[in-house]
Design a protein around this ligand. Sequence first.
Ligand code: ZN
Ligand code: ZN
Length: 175
Amino acid sequence: MDLTVIFDQLNHQHFDGFLDRPKLIWNTRLRTSSGRFLPGRRSQGLPATIEIAQYLLEELHAETHVRETIAHEMIHYWLWVRKRPYGHTEEFYEKMQSIGARRYNPVPRKRPYKYLYQCLACQRVFKARKKLGTLACADCCRSHARGKYDARFKLVLAHDLSESAEGRRLLEEES
Ligand SMILES: [Zn+2]
Ligand SMILES: [Zn+2]
């Protein structure tokens, strides 16, 4: 699977061919997410980089996961190139919707916890060994609700690993 080919296709389909190719690499050690975007630093001669977790290649429907991950990271890159805040901002989600990218990245490979919770605003994932009560994302509450609890940032259960065969297998492997 050639990352540059996929990048070029997505660039053409969704970004009017506007983006220059960044450095595109497979990351063999990335486990906590399926990909990441690293902004470039002109002063140090570092190019912008999109890294894709190599474990995706072992997943079912690998190409779809790789494509979706590249598309996701390309939105960060596209925002950054245009000197916009390049996190999971409103603008990020708008672009994501307009190109039909999925809301979630594929699940990270290592899952030593039973439950994964997620903040739907910033997409940060929180691992838990026990079910959580009502909790909100501290970062989002801090940035958008003056540090107060705000139901918009309530953490939602994204995965219950104890209820699937795959989850049980992973839990057994971990213990
Ligand atoms: Zn992201
Ligand atoms: Zn959040």
